[in-house]
Write a protein that binds this ligand. Structure first.
Ligand code: NAI
Ligand code: OAA
Length: 265
């Protein structure tokens, strides 16, 4: 049997980690290549193909595409793939905070009889949240804590003197609508929590820059008819990108393995 053609959109820290990890594992699966628009740098390593346009990629008939690029790629590229009948794992899921994008993705998936799969990413406990929601949730809160360098290039830079921060400082308190939209490389996890639980408007979010943090910490607290739970993940960052947790890349690999396995656990 020939091995399935698995392709990523984007070839940054996450896709490279996925490619290396699949290669090391014993599933027989590997990343066959990636789609990155022509104007962006990204040489394809030996054994991998690079596609510059979504039409070229569709012509190659991939079995699974993994979006690990940007919110824009979710909006611009994912619907076309779904319409062409190609299943897509979505990693930049903060883009799903926009109702129009969700509607387009759902319609495209229906047209192409394909599936859009949102990864759990750097957070856990979503299985509990999804189940608990069925009996009614009263509150869901997320707290994200990362070292100041991980918040570089985000609105936190305007609010705090990140390089000289001496103590843990809260710079955002609000809902998951704004958090997912305004921190597209740092808080996709808020979208995972919102989608599994109370939705974007009713999910409370607090973001912290902490010079003492050694990694990316994600805290999730939910209360409802089921009872309550509180989890804390202490994630190591990916060496290539301190904004991204290693667990997020592992969750993508897990979604790929699950997609091709006959027993879903
Ligand atoms: N769900 C989650 O828990 C997490 C989600 N993410 C998201 O995953 C995505 C990838 O993360 P990293 O690999 O760490 O980022 P990265 O910045 O290292 O890599 C992004 C890649 O996408 C490419 N790219 C940019 N615009 C593109 C476009 N329009 N079409 C195709 N490719 C494009 C870039 O050239 C680069 O190769 C980001 O959007 C990030 O926010 C990251 C961490 C956790
Ligand atoms: O990887 C993480 O720690 C979380 C992250 O960047 C995101 O949710 O976008």
């Amino acid at each position: 049997m020939t091995s399935p053609l698995i392709v990523s959109i984007g070839f940054g820290a996450m896709a490279r980690s996925l490619a290396a990890s699949l290669e090391k594992g014993d599933s027989g699966l590997h990343l066959g290549g990636f789609l990155v628009p022509e104007h962006l740098p990204n040489d394809a390593p030996a054994g991998m193909q690079r596609w510059n346009s979504v039409d070229e990629l569709i012509a190659a008939k991939p079995d699974l595409v993994i979006e690990c690029a940007t919110h824009e790629a979710v909006r611009e590229t994912v619907p076309q793939l779904l319409e062409a009948g190609i299943d897509v794992v979505i990693v930049s899921i903060g883009a799903l905070g926009d109702a129009g994008t969700v509607a387009r993705i759902e319609a495209a998936a229906k047209t192409g009889r394909a599936r859009a799969i949102a990864v759990s990413g750097a957070i856990g406990g979503l299985d509990v949240l999804r189940s608990a929601k069925l009996a009614g949730l009263d509150s869901v809160a997320y707290i994200g804590r990362k070292p100041p360098t991980a918040w570089k290039g985000t609105p936190a830079e305007q609010l705090l003197d990140l390089p000289n921060l001496k103590e843990a400082t809260v710079f955002y308190e609000g809902d998951a609508v704004e958090a997912a939209r305004d921190y597209p490389k740092n808080t996709n996890v808020t979208a995972a929590v919102a989608l599994a639980g109370l939705g974007f408007k009713d999910t409370r979010v607090r973001l912290i820059a902490d010079p003492a943090a050694s990694g990316n910490t994600h805290e999730l607290e939910a209360k409802g008819a089921f009872g309550s739970f509180h989890i804390l993940l202490n994630n190591k960052p990916l060496p290539e990108n301190p904004k991204t947790s290693w667990l997020a890349a592992l969750s993508v690999e897990q979604a790929v393995l699950r997609h091709f396995s006959s027993l879903e656990v």
